[in-house]
Design a protein around this ligand. Structure first.
Ligand code: GDP
Ligand code: MG
Length: 258
C-alpha cells in the first residue's frame, strides 16, 4: 500500500541557499516597494527630526541615482517626482514600512558636479552634505552612486573623506557602480576591485537597470541595514512566509530614466 505524501513533502525542496536568498530578496523588495514621498527640504534644518534609520543616496548628477531608486522601490516616478523644477537642489525624503508604519526613510540628496556647475553651487553642496553627514542623528547608511566609466569625481572623494571616520564608527556604506551593462566582464571585475580599495571598508555592488543586475542583492543589504535587530533566523522566517505567500512576486517594472 502506498501512502500519499502531503504536498509540502512532495514539493521540490526550496531550502537551498539560492531559494533562501531569493525569498529574502522578495521580503526586501516588498519593503522597498512601500516607499512613499514624505517631504522635501531646501535646507537641512527644515528636515523633520526622525527616530527611524535613514539611508541616504548621493552621487554625481547623471550617475543613475533616480533610476536606481525607482527600480529598487519599483515605482516609476518616485525619484523623478523630486526632480520637478525648484526641487532639484532639495533634499527629498521617502518613508518605508509595511502596514503604514514607517520603519525607515530613504533620503535623496541633490546630485552634484555635472557639466559646468558654478563654483558657488559646489561649495553650497559641500556644506549641505557635510552638515547632513555630521548632524543627521538617525543616519544609518550612505549609498554612493558612481558611474564606473567616469570613476570617482572630486566631490565623491571629498564625500569619502568626510564619511570615513563615521564608517569606522559603524555607519553603513555602499558604493553602487551603475550602468554595469556598459562594461565588459573584465572591466566590471576591475572596476569592482578598484572601488573595493577606495571604499574604505564599505560594500561595493554592480548595478544595471536594463540588465537588472544587482537589484536583489542591494535590496537585501538595505533591508538588513534598516533591520539590524532581525537576525538571520528572523529574516529566514520572514522570507519563507513571503515565498509561500507570493513565490513569483519579483519586481518587474521597466526602468525609468529622467
Ligand atoms: N545603460 C544604462 N543607462 C542608465 C542606467 N541607469 C541610468 N541610466 C541612464 O543614465 C541617465 C541618468 O540617469 P538618472 O537616473 O537620471 O541619473 P541621476 O541624475 O543620477 O538621477 C539616464 O539617461 C538614464 O537612462 C543603467 O543601469 N544603464
Ligand atoms: Mg536624479
Amino acid at each position: 500500500m502506498t501512502t500519499k505524501l502531503p504536498p509540502a513533502v512532495t514539493r521540490p525542496s526550496r531550502s537551498t541557499s539560492a531559494a533562501k536568498s531569493s525569498a529574502a530578496a522578495t521580503v526586501a523588495l516588498g519593503w522597498l516597494h512601500t516607499a512613499k514621498f514624505l517631504t522635501t527640504a531646501p535646507e537641512l534644518h527644515f528636515l523633520p527630526a526622525l527616530d527611524v534609520p535613514e539611508i541616504a543616496f548621493v552621487g554625481r548628477s547623471n550617475a543613475g541615482k533616480s533610476t536606481c531608486i525607482n527600480i529598487l522601490t519599483q515605482q516609476k516616478q518616485l525619484a523623478f517626482a523630486s526632480k520637478k523644477p525648484g526641487r532639484t537642489q532639495h533634499i527629498n525624503l521617502f518613508s518605508l514600512g509595511k502596514q503604514g508604519v514607517t520603519d525607515a526613510v530613504l533620503t535623496d540628496l541633490p546630485g552634484y558636479g555635472y557639466a559646468a556647475v558654478p563654483r558657488q553651487d559646489k561649495i553650497r553642496w559641500q556644506q549641505v552634505m557635510a552638515n547632513y553627514l555630521v548632524t543627521r542623528e538617525n543616519l544609518k547608511g550612505i549609498v554612493l552612486m558612481c558611474d564606473p566609466r567616469h570613476g570617482l569625481t572630486e566631490l565623491d572623494e571629498i564625500l569619502l573623506e568626510v564619511i570615513r571616520p563615521r564608517v569606522e564608527e559603524g555607519l553603513k556604506f555602499l558604493v553602487i557602480l551603475t550602468k554595469a551593462d556598459k562594461l565588459t566582464r573584465a572591466e566590471a571585475t576591475k572596476a569592482l576591485a578598484i572601488m573595493k580599495l577606495q571604499a574604505g571598508g564599505g560594500e561595493v555592488r554592480l548595478f544595471s537597470a536594463p540588465k537588472r543586475i544587482g537589484i536583489d542583492d542591494i535590496a537585501e543589504l538595505l533591508w538588513q541595514w534598516a533591520h539590524p535587530e532581525a537576525d538571520s533566523g528572523v529574516m529566514d522566517a520572514a522570507a519563507s512566509d513571503a515565498a509561500a505567500a507570493a513565490p513569483n512576486s519579483q519586481a518587474n517594472d521597466t526602468p525609468h530614466a529622467d
